[in-house]
Design a protein around this ligand. Structure first.
Ligand SMILES: [Zn+2]
Length: 199
């Protein structure tokens, strides 16, 4: 999961809210939603030149992603946060992980990508490609977060991380610089650098 540093809310979105006083997320026009997404992707979720899903860190674009309310905007959760820019990130559109999988599930155990630095909580098992807690006291929060996003249960995701790990391992053996070319899975690459390569 990425750690998101929010930038200021764009003026056109502020103006839209002031003028139209939206009452729920459906009152935002497709153009405004798309502007929000583009702004977040470009300014908050571009890592080494590549736009990544906040949760799974796969490569995304405005075409295959959606605005994700970290604290769900569902009526029984946090309906007042539907228009709060500080609560918005961008998730991939895959059905079996991330924002779509999470739906309106949430409690305060969730590792919040804006309020927490996920790297303080999570690292990886470099053999299995699965996310693991950094220490036992964090297990409950890491397990809950991975469970509601399905970050350890999605086979394609695990296989994709393992493919990167195989390439990283062979790159190290051969002295090649593959690590500089990894586009997806930023936190995996960073954990590998610090824990395996000690750099
Ligand atoms: Zn994702």
């Amino acid at each position: 999961m990425l750690n998101i540093v929010k930038v200021a809310e764009p003026e056109d979105i502020k103006k839209f809210k002031k003028k139209h006083k939206p009452q729920n997320w459906d009152d935002f026009t497709p153009e405004i939603k798309s502007g929000i997404k583009k702004n977040i992707l470009e300014n908050e979720q571009t890592v080494n030149g590549t736009q990544l899903c906040v949760y799974c860190e796969r490569k995304i674009s405005t075409e295959n992603s959606h605005v994700e309310h970290v604290r769900p905007k569902a009526l029984h959760k946090f309906p007042n946060l539907f228009d709060k820019y500080e609560n918005m990130v961008v998730s991939c559109d895959l059905k079996n992980t991330c924002g779509n999988y999470k739906g309106s599930e949430y409690d305060e155990k969730f590792i919040h990508p804006i309020e927490n630095d996920p790297a303080d909580f999570m690292t990886y098992n470099f053999a299995t490609g699965k996310i693991v807690n950094k220490n036992d006291s964090l297990k409950e929060r890491v397990d809950y977060t991975c469970e509601i996003l399905n970050l350890n249960g999605c086979r394609e995701l695990i296989e994709a991380r393992k493919t990167i790990l195989i390439q990283l391992n062979s790159s190290v053996d051969e002295g090649a610089g593959f690590i500089d070319y990894v586009e997806e899975f930023y936190s995996l690459t960073e954990a590998y650098k610090s824990e395996v390569l000690n750099i």
